[in-house]
Design a protein around this ligand. Structure first.
Ligand SMILES: [Zn+2]
Length: 316
């Protein structure tokens, strides 16, 4: 693989972002859906993007796309999420490297033991490589719906204890109570039911095992865009089926059997557009300052993304 300099990588990113941000599903493939968190049908439309509507649940505050693309349309899309071109792989490596360093530090810090780790949505496999370069785990598995990402990850893995498989999280060969840590980075916003995903993760974790996840938390930007449509914010709907707040995420965790151990702001993913990058960076710093001043109450509201670490409680 040819090394790219930063300017080339940002050019590649500028070509890749619109392809992902502007994906339009056929309206024929849309289905009606209630709130995944509380079951309510009372909702307010707040944003229209890519011919899909982001709503806010009037009962629990969850932001969700409604109606949404069907399970079949989403599955077909994620089976071909990566094009595995040399340029795309280089861009993904560049844009995710910082957040994977942070994620590996968190998991190595909070996991009860370093025996078994599962990475859901492992893509090109970079995260588990970073995890093991910081600390040797006994056995790690990455799973992804796109066979091209899995093939690349297996071909390039530097660790014999790390494997990647082209299976879904519901595959019956994954055993209950078998993982000390599960990473679900930038995953929950893409799945049809975060509740079902969290319940499945609960089943797969050992008691006291941890979940590390990152999700978009952009309600300030959503409402700014709602009132001032010219703002160049993209909620990435309907690929992002959900947008979370600290209270909605905590309610999800509490109702699926987890303690919340830690909530914080995600490290910056490098944005290809310089203006976007500057705005995101500034808002994250502002969010950190506000968070410190208000003892966490405003910490995540303008930061753009949340890190949450949860721990599996004993079965009651
Ligand atoms: Zn709700």
């Amino acid at each position: 693989m040819q090394p790219h300099n930063k300017t080339e990588l940002l050019d590649i990113g500028r070509r890749i972002y619109p392809k992902v941000n502007n994906h339009i599903f056929s309206r024929d493939a849309f289905v009606e859906n209630a709130c995944d968190l509380c079951g309510s049908n009372r909702k307010k439309p707040v944003l229209l993007e890519n011919e899909a509507t982001l709503c806010r649940c009037l009962d629990c505050g969850l932001y969700y796309v409604s109606p949404r693309p069907s399970d079949k349309a989403l599955a077909a899309y994620y089976e071909k999420y990566y094009d595995a071109s040399e340029e795309e792989i280089a861009w993904w490596r560049f844009t995710t490297s910082k957040k994977f360093v942070v994620a590996a530090k968190f998991i190595n810090k909070y996991a009860p033991t370093t025996r078994n780790c599962l990475d859901i949505g492992s893509g090109y496999g970079f995260f588990l490589q970073e995890l093991n370069s910081q600390h040797a785990w006994q056995s790690c598995l990455g799973i992804d719906l796109d066979p091209r990402g899995v093939a690349y990850a297996n071909a390039c893995s530097e660790f014999p204890n790390v494997a990647y498989r082209n299976i879904s999280v519901n595959d019956p060969t994954l055993e209950a109570d078998s993982f000390d840590a599960i990473s679900a980075q930038a995953l929950l916003e893409h799945v049809v039911s975060p509740r079902q995903m969290l319940s499945r993760i609960y089943t797969l974790l050992k008691t006291n095992g941890i979940i590390y996840l990152t999700v978009p938390c952009e309600q300030v930007w959503i409402w700014l865009k709602h009132w001032i449509p010219a703002i160049p914010f993209r909620a990435m709907i309907p690929l992002h089926l959900y947008n979370f707040t600290r209270p909605t995420l905590e309610r999800y965790f509490n109702s699926t059997g987890f303690f919340v151990e830690y909530v914080g702001i995600t490290p910056s993913v490098r944005h290809a557009d310089a203006m976007t990058h500057a705005v995101v960076q500034t808002s994250k710093w502002l969010a950190k300052i506000l968070g410190g001043m208000t003892l966490g109450r405003w910490q995540s509201s303008i930061g753009g993304g949340l890190i949450v670490v949860g721990r599996k409680k004993e079965r009651s």
